[in-house]
Design a binder for this molecule. Sequence first.
Ligand code: MTE
Length: 319
Amino acid sequence: MNILKKPSWYISENEVTPKEIFDKRRGFLKLGAASLVATSSVIELFAKESLPLKNLNYLEDKNPDKLELNSYEQITSYNNFYEFTTSKEGVKPLSKTLNTNSWDIIVDGLVEKEMIIRFDDLLKNFQLEERIYRFRCVEGWSMVVPWIGFKLSDFIKYVKPLSKAKYIRFETLFDDEMFPDQARGFFSTISYPYVEGLRLDEAMNDLTILAVGLYGSSMPKQNGAPIRLIVPWKYGFKSIKSIARVSFVEEEPLNSWQKENPREYGFYANVNPNVDHPRWSQKKERVLGKFFKQDTLMFNGYQKEVASLYANMDLKKYF
Ligand code: MTE
């Protein structure tokens, strides 16, 4: 987020067209030549074609606030995933090297019993739900995503932390064959593995989920397959991707961005239009695909659900 140069091996997304999309486009062009189709339905057809088949069973979110969803294409083509590249458009083509077969998650620290859980087994234990959430990056862009996942609180009850545990700490996989920026060692953009953490009461909040998909199907690699955290009232960098280790600890974990630049990033990272980042105002945001900026909401619009977690805390100090 604070490094702007493009790495030398960056491949522009335009140069890489996945075969299936290429074939679909070719088929579509043939169709277009045979019949005249109104422009709007052409666009709709393209939008529908790029949606993968739903493969997850989940309780639907009725979207009571009528949030306008970003498209699958937008959500999966503009990503922050430093393990691959700092280029948002570059993540999708590079993320093919992420292998999520036989994915294990280590659970350790202050728990009744340390364990290693296979991702596929984990899924069998929890009720999947759709959660349509606003997602706000500290860089000033935002989107609305229909995530599929389960409550982090259910996971915590399942693994049974000890009463001494006050925080939960997450780590992304470290594997320098899958993640090119990890392979650069000393020259990596940030130090790895990527680490994030929450206070246990934040983790137990009903809004906090472990997401395993979006738009009804499994999580795309570029969005953090097979499993990632989603904390919708916090800036996007808290929502750690491709989780391989969950630890229960007594002390506040040092999260990656705070470690990289403690003046600019704190532990809490609650979305707050009244506290600016040293380089970016946080008052407004641009929704992906929209021209005009909109006002950023306190706690990203989830004040009712989470403000009580921070009662009596100076949010300028605990940023
Ligand atoms: N997790 C890992 N492991 N590596 C990252 O670089 N980037 C974070 C977060 N999780 C990041 C990560 C940032 S800065 C943001 S804004 C979101 O992921 C982006 O999520 P998205 O690509 O699904 O929009």
